[in-house]
Design a protein around this ligand. Structure first.
Ligand code: NAP
Length: 546
């Protein structure tokens, strides 16, 4: 017999834990199913050396409980993975969440029963679950990609993935290490591994724009000052494009002289981190401003990396700034000044294969004792496509998204009643502070469930025409920018066969919050609602027919 709940939440990361907290507090029975052996989601899995958040810790944290945000003390401007995981566990303990979480419970199937208006959810471990609502808190970057490099399986050394690092860490001392991938994960791993390894070879396919984090300890006085105005700061953050306070500048760069722009770039570089994206409101839309930003970063690389040929290879030239996720580092470019680090540019010498002894490019064999893959994720749709929920008429979500990854507000999909996604494609999610954006999505879902309960509805389902209209808005917002130009995971370019669609909503958090608020205030008229009586009648008819 399946275990029965009002709601099943899939995933015990920031989003899933908050969904449990919120829905339980509203009186729903909830069970969280988590594939891994521990809670924390992305912060449980991404344990690689140097893993650190690139949104400031005082902001990348739950806002729902003032007690928690006052009680918890962050040690650094940008929190490390172990500290974030400690924080997540602290919150789970504080709100007694563990009793409703099943670990090692990878969801393998989710099927909507139209007659009963309920979801049947199966797990790898065996038990089945039955719930009125299925809430997918499966994360945007949770399915790592292992590239199809010939010979990879035959590598005689040790193979590691940043997204699935050994719990006990790895000692690279005295070893020849290679790493493939220079996105956010790679650029954080490289400086740390370089310090330990005998030799580190970095295999780079695309050079990235990398901005210094300027991470530092958080002074008690600074933190206390922030906490005095926490609520006001959270509210102000929600009014920004990305749900985070980071010195947004409203003066366009297009009308400025190069010298004026340079001054602002320099100030941003000194501030560090993602603030560099917000130097100018037209940096993502005006090609000249964007190119000026790109040129600024290239000159910084030239000024940091001593070998001119290595510096040249590290300079991104083939995509606008921000079209691939900006990387935030600590000592990345400096690492290439170490005598034990070398850069292999796979544009100059394409990677042919992995052989038992190492990596073979068109030019040479690089002998290795260990190889690290920091090769990214099947982003935004990967986790859901893997579960592949079956909705009305047995329709598969994966098949639907093979055409295009459309949703209504990133929250719901036509044909999939009572299925909610937290920070799905079509929401600002990955372009914003994920924690507070997830909270907002969960609050919206909780309010929706309350509405259904109060008004006697058994099911809610996005209307196809509303979903199409929102997909159009998401596409229009990205078309106004240069950002779809990069071959990034934002557009699915890193997964063979994935439709090329800029998945996150680029219209900014305030516009998104308005759209979500309006959808609820309009009595969910963008959704089809099934009265509980009708659902009960259908269920009776179905059981009589049997
Ligand atoms: P990513 O940005 O997609 O980077 C993957 C890297 O692997 C790219 O350099 C890619 O090259 C390379 N690659 C993939 N397949 C390859 C192949 N067959 N041969 C050679 N190179 C290959 O993935 P990620 O670094 O894991 O980051 C993903 C996202 O996670 C980030 O953008 C960020 O949103 C998030 N993240 C955040 C943090 C943080 O908060 N600090 C840290 C880590 C990750 P191409 O560019 O040529 O495809």
């Amino acid at each position: 017999m399946p275990m029965t709940f009002d709601a099943i939440v899939v995933g015990a990361g920031f989003a899933g834990l908050y969904a449990l907290y919120r829905l339980r507090a509203r009186g729903y029975t909830v069970c969280v199913l988590e594939a891994e052996a521990g809670i924390g989601g992305t912060w449980y899995r991404n344990r690689y050396p140097g893993a650190r958040c690139d949104i400031e810790s005082l902001q990348y944290s739950y806002s729902f409980s003032d007690e928690v945000q006052q009680a918890w003390t962050w040690t650094e401007r940008y929190a490390s993975q172990p500290e974030i995981l400690r924080y997540i566990r602290y919150v789970a303990d504080r709100f007694d969440l563990h009793r409703d979480i099943r670990l090692n419970a990878r969801v393998t199937a989710a099927t909507f029963d139209e007659n009963r208006c309920r979801w049947a959810i199966e797990t790898e471990a065996g038990p089945c679950y039955d719930a009125a609502f299925c809430i997918m808190a499966t994360g945007c970057l949770s399915i790592p990609i292992v590239p199809e490099i010939p010979g990879l399986a035959a590598f005689a050394g040790d193979l590691y993935r940043t997204a699935d690092w050994p719990h006990d860490g790895v000692d690279f001392s005295g070893r020849r290490v290679g790493i493939v991938g220079t996105g956010s994960s790679g650029i954080q791993t490289i400086p740390i591994v370089a310090r330990a390894a005998d030799r580190l070879t970095v295999f780079q396919r695309t050079a990235n724009y990398v901005i210094p984090a300027h991470n530092r300890p958080l002074a008690p006085a600074e933190q206390a000052e922030w906490k005095r105005n926490y609520e006001a700061r959270r509210a102000a953050a929600r009014r920004t494009r990305n749900n985070a306070l980071m010195e947004h500048n409203s003066r366009p760069g297009a009308g400025m002289t190069p010298a004026e722009r340079e001054e602002i770039f320099e100030a941003r570089w000194r501030l560090g981190g993602l603030t560099f994206s917000y130097g100018f409101p037209d940096q993502a839309t005006d090609r000249r401003v964007n190119e000026a930003a790109a040129d600024f970063v290239r000159r910084k690389i030239a000024g940091t990396v001593r070998d001119p040929e290595t510096a040249r290879k590290l300079m991104p030239r083939d995509h606008p700034v921000g079209s691939k996720r900006l990387c935030v580092d600590t000592g990345y470019f400096e690492t290439f000044n170490r005598p034990n680090v070398r850069l292999v540019d796979l544009r100059d010498e394409p990677l042919l294969a992995v052989e038992p002894e190492g990596v073979r490019t068109e030019r040479a064999l690089y002998p290795l004792d260990a190889l690290i893959l920091a090769t990214g994720f099947d982003a935004m749709t990967g986790a859901l496509r893997r579960i592949d929920p079956k909705g009305r008429g047995g329709r598969s979500l994966s098949e639907k998204w093979n055409v295009r990854p459309s949703t209504l507000l990133g929250l719901a999909v036509a044909g999939f009643p009572n299925l909610f996604i937290v920070t799905g494609p079509g929401s600002p999610s990955v372009l914003s502070n994920m924690v507070t954006s997830a909270e907002q999505n969960v609050d919206w879902i909780a309010d929706c469930l309350d509405y259904l309960r109060a008004n006697g509805f058994a099911a809610i389902e996005a209307r196809q025409e509303a979903e199409d209209a929102w997909f159009g808005e998401v596409a229009a917002a990205s078309a106004r920018t240069l950002l779809p130009e990069g071959d990034s995971w934002y557009v699915g370019a890193n997964v063979p066969g994935k439709p090329r669609v800029y998945m996150p909503y680029l219209g900014g958090v305030p516009a998104y919050l308005d759209a979500c608020g309006k959808a609820a205030a309009d009595d969910y008229c963008a959704f089809a609602l099934t009265p509980a009586d009708a659902a009960a009648g259908e269920a009776r008819a179905a059981s009589e027919a049997v």
